[in-house]
Design a protein around this ligand. Sequence first.
Ligand code: PXP
Length: 238
Amino acid sequence: MNLTINIDHIATLREARGGVDPDPVTAAHLAELAGARGIVCHLREDRRHINDRDLRLLRETVKTKLDMEMAATEEIVKIAIETLPDLATLVPEKRQELTTEGGLDVRGNRHHLRDVIGELHRHDIRVSLFLDPVREQIAAARDVEADTVEIHTGEYANARTDAGRAELLEVVRGAARYARELGMTVNAGHGLNYINIIPFSTIAEIEEVSIGHAVIARAVLVGMRRAVGDMLALLPRG
Ligand code: PXP
């Protein structure tokens, strides 16, 4: 199972001060050096974290695979075609949300999604659809000619009991199997962390997991000792 790293939160931290640090492009490079098999970024309509400059530089510098998460809007599709990511992951997007909430309603948006996917395919961009683990949505993804589905793991990740989590893992497994039977590749993501990822390794149909928050949060904490030490080394001994 491959790991792709979502670097949006590095950009969120940069935007907190409106400066240039920390740079998500540098973080992407370090993630690749550490073994990530791809870099994911979400160019939102409101540019709250990743911006157009980041996307341009990531396209120039990412050596593994660039997965551009995006809403299927005219403006962003145009930017995707100019950027040519290795994968475009279409997600629903709401301005007020803290993070992506829920999967796409492919069944209710077949015509629009078929057009957008066709347009991206004409430019040789593979397309993934971010979906809840629901059979009808997965079948609809095949109908609109998606190459890949990314299964939304939020409900699994948020399960409050072991029994609930075990049940939701089987829901994800069933969805992954079904998508594979229909000939699509399967990714998964949202809310995965250092604990709930462990049972995931048993889902052979999942090719790739996309993880952001848990890895960036851990990076901040495991880096704290070193960062404080580096600053102390610059001060006269008190
Ligand atoms: N996949 C998709 C489609 C997402 O929108 C996100 C969140 O940006 C992720 C994966 C990663 O989720 P998390 O940050 O919770 O690991």
